[in-house]
Design a protein around this ligand. Structure first.
Ligand code: MG
Length: 278
């Protein structure tokens, strides 16, 4: 069952999404060489408190922190810690969420720590982010869930092979419905799997977290003994980008983007839905 939201409920999700955007801005600025991932978690917790928002990550299935910090070969669900010190040349994906008035937001980005990153790492993040936007652009009335998966996969597969390695679209994790819970139906694959069919039709009020994860090698992952940290099985580095998006009668609204997705969607010839919070 997919939870369909009213325009009033989407406005509440936009409020949660803007808190997530504020966490992104603050943690991006704090992701510098010498900082620990615990420092980033502290920054996120402070932003949540300032906005009177609650964490949807803390305590989720026993998760012990406010954000996920996934460095280098860690794909997702990395646990912030005092012992994880960011170093010049690292890449880190920061996944954050917020609950406002019972409604959830969830989004992630990949940041470069320091400078001098290899061109293929910069390109990896760009390709992953852009595949997310291709997926968001496919979130239109009349399309089906599989059209989003296809747009993400097609974008990645059309890219020139990286200087080193190849793009692995992570198989074991994907996007999801979002609303009164962080993870809801349907599950959104980042590639097309025929036996899954076309999935539900995209109608006004449909809300999804769209989140491609791409490595410079394998599509396979394993979970470390802490039961959370997901790494690539071949140790190649990976990128993760995510936005929560609502489909409305007026088009998609990127709930966790400060501008509602206006600028990026314009590149795809799509007008973002007006921001219900102005
Ligand atoms: Mg998510």
């Amino acid at each position: 069952m997919v939870q369909i939201k009213t325009p009033e409920q989407i406005a509440k999700m936009r409020a949660a999404g803007l808190v997530v955007a504020a966490i992104h801005q603050a943690t991006r600025a704090a992701a510098v060489p010498g900082a620990t991932t615990k420092d980033l978690d502290d920054v996120a917790r402070k932003v949540l408190a300032e906005h009177d928002a609650k964490s949807n990550f803390l305590g989720y299935g026993g998760f012990p922190a406010t954000i996920c910090t996934s460095k280098n070969e860690v794909v997702v669900h990395g646990i912030p810690g005092e012992d994880v010190v960011l170093q010049d040349g690292d890449i880190i994906s920061i996944d954050a969420g917020a609950i406002v008035d019972g409604w959830h937001g969830d989004a992630a980005f990949t940041a470069f720590v320091g400078s001098g990153h290899a061109p293929e790492l910069i390109e990896l993040s760009r390709v992953t982010e852009e595949s997310m936007w291709a997926g968001i652009a496919a979130m239109k009335l009349g399309n089906r869930l599989v059209d989003i998966s296809r747009a993400i996969e097609t974008y990645i597969r059309r890219q020139p092979r990286p200087a080193r390695g190849k793009y692995g679209i992570i198989e074991d994790y994907g996007g999801h419905g979002i609303g009164t819970e962080m993870h809801m139906d349907p599950h959104l694959l980042n590639y097309v799997e025929r036996r899954r069919g076309r999935g539900p039709k995209l109608v006004p009020g449909f809300c999804l977290a769209i989140e491609p994860m791409v490595s410079l090698g394998t599509a396979k992952t394993e979970v470390l003994q802490d039961d959370w940290t997901v790494i690539t099985t071949d140790g190649t580095w990976s990128s993760h980008w995510e936005h929560s998006v609502a489909l409305t009668e007026q088009g998609p609204l990127v709930l966790t983007a400060p501008d509602g997705g206006k600028a990026k969607l314009a590149e795809y010839g799509i007008t973002a839905a007006p921001d219900p919070l102005g």
